[in-house]
Design a protein around this ligand. Structure first.
Ligand SMILES: CC(C)(COP(=O)(O)OP(=O)(O)OC[C@H]1O[C@@H](n2cnc3c(N)ncnc32)[C@H](O)[C@@H]1OP(=O)(O)O)[C@@H](O)C(=O)NCCC(=O)NCCS
Length: 211
């Protein structure tokens, strides 16, 4: 799949399934750039967080966007019991220490989401800041929708926080509808957001999405 909205001299963006071998660190950096504000209290400092994420990726639970061989975006998803970002409780305690690790586990538990059967749960879409607004995020969403169709899922689900109205606008344009909003004012001080909206998009049987 190609995209011609890139700058002069740049090749087209392509989307592929899975994280290419050797790109784990780059993916973890993009993920952290996008979600570090939210995950910081649980996984800071940044270099440790990036190393932890890179070491525990389920590389078959993402689609990646590449430009000239470099990853410029990714979308992780949770399906079949596994999400892009892995790492057991034991791994967190090993990396951060037993005493400090415990409260991190509690914070991480706040973000834990599980799809119900028939759902594919999108759990993080991140595009290189230099490449935003050129359609890469939309390409990634459509590729995840194609994965969902192939896996016989009936719907895509995702959560978006109240401080990210542009992402929400993008999801609405790509066919997602808000179903419910959970207000979490007690999280605003720590994580910077005070509400989470869950959105759904039906998966059309036999239809592979396009732009
Ligand atoms: C949200 C995100 C993945 C969109 O990727 P993208 O490649 O810019 O998306 P597209 O080019 O297909 O669509 C652009 C639309 O995305 C939305 N958008 C959200 N944040 C944006 C940003 N920082 N820059 C540009 N567009 C953004 C806008 O609605 C924009 O439409 P507009 O040009 O009419 O304002 C990307 O901005 C990003 O990585 N943001 C940080 C991480 C994040 O917020 N992820 C979503 C968490 S739920």
């Amino acid at each position: 799949m190609g995209l011609d909205a890139t700058g002069p001299g740049a090749g087209p963006v392509t989307v592929q399934r899975g994280v290419p071998a050797g790109a784990e660190r780059r993916v973890a950096e993009l993920y952290w750039e996008a979600f570090g504000r939210k995950l910081g209290p649980a996984l800071n400092p940044a270099d440790k967080a990036v190393s932890f994420i890179a070491a525990h990726l389920n590389t078959d639970r993402a689609v990646c966007a590449l430009l000239d061989g470099r990853i410029v975006g990714l979308a992780g998803y949770h399906h079949g019991g596994r999400a892009l970002t892995g790492g057991s409780a034991r791994a967190v305690l090993r990396a951060y220490g037993h005493l400090r690790g415990l409260h991190r586990l509690l914070l991480l538990a706040l973000f834990e989401r599980h799809p119900v059967p028939g759902q594919l749960l999108m759990d993080g879409i991140a595009v290189d800041p230099e490449m935003r607004g050129r359609g890469v995020g939309s390409l990634l969403i459509e590729e995840v929708a194609a994965v969902a169709a192939e896996q016989d899922c009936r719907e895509l689900r995702l959560d978006v926080i109240d401080t990210n109205p542009r992402a929400r606008a993008l999801y609405e344009r790509r066919g997602f509808t808000a179903a419910r909003t959970e207000h979490t004012p007690y999280l605003r001080g720590l994580f910077g957001f005070g509400a989470v909206t869950t959105m759904y998009r039906p998966v059309a049987k036999g239809r592979v999405g396009g732009l």
